[in-house]
Ligand binder design. Structure first.
Ligand code: FVH
Length: 289
């Protein structure tokens, strides 16, 4: 028996398996394209001939493949028989609904199910400050906690609702990609003004805690529904976005990102929210859901 099996050896799965091996755990691996298991076998991993063999090899199995469709395809009838009494940790990115479906499938086949999200890139796995969110069966968490802690010092159990970890993941990814789109547009501005984009990246890292405070204040305002007495009104933010659009036109840059953001804030202006906090834009977004 191994201590843990890892199914899916893409960029992320490779690192998960390697990190567990390096921590001295006994690891069994399986991947659709078998050649990806070879570097891990050289480091001491056992290579299973099938998914069900991998699941049978350990009390805990971690799955990390492209998406839930791939995961559903992998978990065939033979795998369904193998999971009885095992803990299954699904680290494939998916929606809360997919996590709930995964939990039902596991319950139906007698497995303890944990759904999780890795809030890191492969090179960040194994660090004390790396975050993995998991939710679902407390029993499965008890069995997998020590292993997951090896992968991410910032491991958090978000409760027994199977969809909770995915909801956290989707919400944080929404912020990440929104921010990255803004950063890529910022890169265009830097290029137009002969500023190194690497310098912009460094500057953004330095101001991240202050920016994080703004996000925290917005979270509190939205949670309480209190949008009065703004430090930065929705109108002033809209004006800034209009300026970014103007700069893009002046410099012959793409206006796609600032025009999109400004158009959303303009809806806030039209809804007479200009004098409220910028986070009052949530009212517009809720209304157009
Ligand atoms: N890479 C990252 O930075 C992110 C960080 C946050 C979390 N994600 C999620 O992790 C999942 C896997 O991502 P990945 O980066 O490892 O993805 P790939 O390198 O493309 O590897 C994909 C693996 O999935 C296997 N696979 C795909 N389809 C099937 C299938 N139908 N049947 C069996 N296996 C399948 C693929 O196998 P192969 O192509 O090597 O045979 C790889 O093992 C993902 O949810 C991210 O959102 C990573």
């Amino acid at each position: 028996m191994s201590e843990v099996s890892v199914i899916g050896l893409g960029e992320m799965g490779q690192v998960l398996a390697r990190t567990l091996l390096e921590s001295g755990r006994g690891v069994t691996v399986w991947n659709r394209t078998g050649s990806k298991a070879e570097p891990l076998a050289r480091r001491g991993a056992k290579v299973a001939a099938s998914v069900s063999e991998a699941i049978r090899a350990s009390p805990v199995t971690i799955i990390c493949v492209t998406d839930y469709e791939a995961a559903r395809g992998i978990l065939d009838e033979e795998a369904a028989r193998a999971v009885r009494g095992k803990a299954l940790v699904q680290l494939t990115t998916g929606t809360p609904e997919e996590a709930r479906e995964g939990a039902s499938w596991a319950r139906e086949h007698g497995a303890d199910y944990l759904d999780g999200a890795i809030a890191a890139t492969p090179s960040q796995v194994g660090r004390a400050d790396t975050a993995i969110f998991v939710s679902g069966s407390a029993e499965a968490f008890g069995r997998a906690e020590g292993l997951l802690q090896v992968l991410a010092g910032g491991l958090s159990f978000m409760g027994e609702a199977p969809g909770a970890a995915s909801a956290w993941d989707m919400a944080m990814l929404s912020h990440l990609f929104g921010g990255l789109l803004g950063f890529y547009h910022g890169a265009l501005i830097c290029e137009a003004e002969n500023i190194g984009v690497d310098e912009l990246g460094l500057a953004m890292e330095a101001v991240a805690p202050v920016m994080g405070e703004i996000v925290r204040h917005d979270g509190e305002a939205i949670h309480k529904g209190d949008f009065q007495n703004p430090e930065a009104s929705l109108e002033i933010c809209w004006r800034s976005l209009e300026l970014i659009s103007k700069q893009a036109r002046e410099s012959g840059l793409s206006t796609e990102f600032p025009a999109f953001a400004a158009s959303l804030f303009k809806k806030g202006m039209d809804a007479r929210l200009g004098g409220e906090k910028a986070s009052a834009l949530i009212k517009v977004l809720r209304a157009s859901a």
